[in-house]
Design a protein around this ligand. Structure first.
Ligand SMILES: Cc1ncc(COP(=O)(O)O)c(C=O)c1O
Length: 363
């Protein structure tokens, strides 16, 4: 019998969330971002469920792009870090992958290469985030060189927003203005700026392609707006089972470091999930799990394979009882806040030991 620690992935919710992105940006094509194993949900399953709904898929690396092609995904697949060498460039071109070009050496490599077929290039410019992208002053030269190259079919201009998750941040306007100036200068047939937060909140940043990631998985990109308010449905429900239960007597210590002492005789359930499964080790004392609809506090340290939960509020909990770590009824955003991190990280860091179980996803 399996340990019961699993991520139940609702592919219908994923498809619903894609439609929410499309409604938010009705005049744009949607490049669904599926990097990092579909934000931890499973690259192939996510790509399969989005087939026919998304206009393209975005991944970070060459390997992720080739994995999509190997699993039979046709159509637009964008490598958002581009390729790292000529061998990758040739294979990517052969596989019909789109490439981000963000460094002068990538332009030189592309201009000098002999390719079996030309590629579509997304020239990335830095509009203020200072991570990947050409400096705007030099962008026109690279743009012209790429446009003149027989190795390039067509060109999209792109950039990435640093602070769109904070609607009032001054960078949002600065980056949008900088990008708009480049769009005016270069007059690309296609342009792309929007992540989830921009897709949902900054219509001026939509252009021809939006690139939502997080929102597709039903998580909110905004600290103060729950996903449900954005009509997003959680895709992942992380579950585990109670494997033991005992009463810690008043004053008794619990777990590594004896960091928690029972204030009174306390029923405690041991749940089969820990940081070896990707559940965060560092949690504030406010952290909770959901047992049959009732929130119960996590007490004591998170260990590699187990957590311990005060089940005073759910006295029926015992061996085999199902526990929800996040999902419907307990947003991943709440757990991220207790762990002093972001929902992105929690979703991505679920390890291979956790079974993925897929529901829905058909037309
Ligand atoms: C270049 C690029 N575009 C789009 C996205 C999607 O962002 P989000 O998950 O915030 O929607 C990412 C994710 O980090 C990215 O790196």
């Amino acid at each position: 019998m399996s340990r019961g620690t699993r991520a139940v992935i609702d592919l219908d919710a994923l498809r619903h969330n894609l439609r929410v992105a499309r409604q938010a940006a009705p005049h744009s094509r949607v490049l669904a971002v599926v990097k990092a194993d579909g934000y931890g949900h499973g690259l192939r399953a996510v790509a399969g469920a989005l087939a026919g709904l998304a206009d393209g898929l975005g991944v970070a690396t060459f390997d992720e792009g080739m994995a999509l092609r190997d699993s039979g995904v046709a159509g637009t697949v964008l490598l958002m870090e581009g390729v790292m060498n000529t061998a990758q460039l040739q294979q990517a071109a052969g596989a019909g992958l789109d490439l981000v070009v963000h460094q002068p050496w990538q332009v030189s490599m592309l201009l000098a290469a002999r390719l079996s077929r030309p590629v579509r290039v997304w020239l990335k410019v830095n509009t203020g985030m200072h991570r990947l992208g050409m400096e705007p002053a030099g962008a026109a030269l690279f743009w012209q060189q790429l446009r003149a190259s027989a190795n390039v079919t067509d060109l999209v201009l792109m950039s990435h927003m640093a602070c769109a998750d904070e609607p009032d941040h001054a960078m949002n306007r600065q980056q949008q203005e900088g990008f708009a100036a480049l769009v005016q200068q270069l007059a690309p047939a296609g342009a792309s700026l929007a992540n989830s937060a921009t897709t949902l909140n900054l219509p001026g940043g939509h252009y021809q392609w939006v690139r939502p990631g997080l929102m597709l998985y039903g998580a909110s990109p905004f600290a103060n707006t729950p996903a449900t308010e954005l009509d997003l449905r959680p895709v992942m429900q992380l579950e585990a089972r109670v494997i033991s239960r005992m009463v810690v007597p008043a004053g008794g210590a619990l777990g590594y470091g004896a960091t928690w002492q029972a204030p009174r005789d306390t029923p405690v359930a041991v749940v089969a999930i820990g940081y070896g499964d990707g559940y965060p080790r560092h949690l504030s004392p406010a952290a909770q799990v959901l047992i049959k609809g009732v929130r119960c506090p996590v007490v004591g340290r998170v260990s590699m394979d187990m957590i311990t939960v005060d089940v005073s509020a759910q006295p029926d909990a015992g061996p085999h009882t199902s526990v929800t770590l996040w999902g419907p009824g307990l947003p991943v955003e709440a757990v991220a806040a207790w762990a002093n991190t972001v929902n992105y990280e929690l979703l991505c860091q679920i390890t291979g030991r956790v079974e993925r179980e897929y529901r829905g996803g058909a037309e």
